[in-house]
Design a binder for this molecule. Structure first.
Ligand code: CO
Length: 437
């Protein structure tokens, strides 16, 4: 196995044990602790020491990790990505008996997903539940970690139009089958059994479906790999991995992983919250900067907003821009948009290109086809709370927002290498000139 495949396998292992954004953050937290990062709480006062590494979480599903240099810091060098992916959220009172034959789970959609690939594959349920422990309401992670439900297609014999495009209705078409008649009332008791608490102590939950199909590397030369949640765990895992390997003696290096990007980021822990601005300000205060010095640090800071990008599709090349056609295994993709849904400017793109060159990593560009609106991401939302020079990038992938996405085997290591170089290289941003090193 070469180094690219090794890194890809590590990413796949991480994704497979992280079936919800709560698990993503818990697994990042243990990884960071293993590497000597200390856990901070927003509820407590912080005392930060030079040469130490820290992380803080919000809402159990977002995390900001950072490394403090030995000497006084000048600015922040940040990578941001997201912990969530489109899925189906389990509603309250979830069980529905149908046709005296089946029990279904009542779900609603979380984010804008491709519906078709959710059919006819083993699914399970994960997230968290709130448990009453005396006068304390405790959050506990839940993962059934077994093939538990399935969304069955209607046979072609019963719908001859099935291959002519389907208008999926979530409430009619996408409710997963979880058991046969007689299994009503089991859902809460299964959670109780897993958490080893009485059923009536479970007060509520945040649970979602996830795809159980294992990730795999494939292709004539093992060029590609497929797995759930590549958008955006490919970038989130790379950011945290790079931070553990990248330290800077003049900048605070930061990896910020936000939940709820797929539903607009406007939650207490989303990119459109105060989480990043609060954390950066608190770091400055704890390390002795006054308000003006904090603003000076922000002004010279740089952020890489990393969220996956679309590779040119083999069947639909006309959907891509004619001159900017990202390919898998061709390195990070810088995203541009005239309407500024992406934060990249000539200045921030130029800096990122130089970083990739220094890392020996190829780099490419994405712009929407001019007649297609395209997606959005978290960089510009985070910028509304703490405004700093930012570039939007991502790794080229196919089938974005399917529960089984495809990307290039070389690209995870390319991104880790680019981000390690970014963290290790001091950059100083001024409106008319960026200084590297
Ligand atoms: Co994304």
């Amino acid at each position: 196995m070469n180094e690219y495949e090794q890194t890809t396998r590590e990413l796949i292992r991480f994704i497979e044990k992280s079936p919800s954004s709560y698990h993503v953050i818990e697994n990042f937290a243990s990884l960071l602790k293993e590497h000597g990062f200390e856990a901070l709480s927003e509820n407590d006062g912080w005392e930060l020491f030079p040469g130490h590494d820290y992380f803080v979480t919000r809402g159990q599903s977002s995390l900001i990790a950072f490394r403090v240099p030995e000497q006084a810091f000048e600015n922040f060098q940040i990578t941001a990505a997201h912990s969530d992916s489109p899925t189906f959220r389990i509603k309250e009172n979830p069980e529905i008996s149908v046709q005296s034959r089946y029990v279904q789970l009542n779900v609603e959609k979380y984010g804008g997903m491709l519906c078709a690939p959710w059919f006819d594959r083993p699914l399970s349920v994960a997230g968290r539940a709130m448990v009453r422990c005396g006068n304390v309401l405790e959050s506990r992670l839940v993962n059934f970690d077994r093939d538990l439900c399935m969304i069955p297609s209607l046979a072609i014999h019963m719908n001859r139009e099935a291959n002519s495009g389907t208008d999926y209705k979530i409430q009619r078409d996408l409710l997963p089958l979880i058991g046969a008649e007689g299994s009503e009332g089991s859902f809460l008791s299964m959670i109780a059994e897993q958490l080893k608490v009485p059923e009536n102590d479970i007060l509520s939950y945040d649970l979602s479906l996830y795809n159980r199909v294992p990730g795999t590397i494939w292709g004539i030369r093992n060029e590609f790999f497929s797995c759930g949640k590549l958008d955006d765990l490919m970038c989130a895992w790379s950011a945290v991995t790079a931070l553990m390997d990248g330290v800077n003696d003049r900048s605070i290096c930061v990896a910020a992983i936000f939940d709820n990007e797929e539903v607009g980021s406007r939650t207490m822990q989303g990119a459109d919250s105060t989480f990043l601005s609060d954390t950066l300000e608190r770091i400055s205060i704890c390390l002795g900067k006054n308000h003006q010095e904090h603003l000076m640090a922000i002004a010279s800071s740089f952020m890489i907003s990393a969220d996956n990008a679309h590779a040119v599709h083999p069947h639909f090349p006309e959907k891509s821009d004619p001159t900017n056609r990202p390919g898998m295994n061709h390195g990070p993709v810088i995203k541009f948009n005239a309407a500024q849904k992406y934060t990249s400017t000539a200045a921030s793109a130029a800096l990122f290109r130089e970083i990739c060159a220094a890392a020996g990593v190829p780099c490419q560009t994405f712009v929407n086809h001019s007649d297609m609106p395209g997606g959005s991401t978290l960089g510009n939302l985070a910028n509304a709370h703490v405004s700093l020079h930012t570039v939007d990038i991502g790794m080229a992938q196919l089938a974005m927002h399917s529960p089984y996405e495809t990307a290039g085997v070389k690209d995870t290591l390319y991104l880790v290498q680019a981000l390690v170089t970014f963290y290790r290289t001091h950059v100083d941003c001024r409106d008319d000139a960026f200084t590297i090193g």
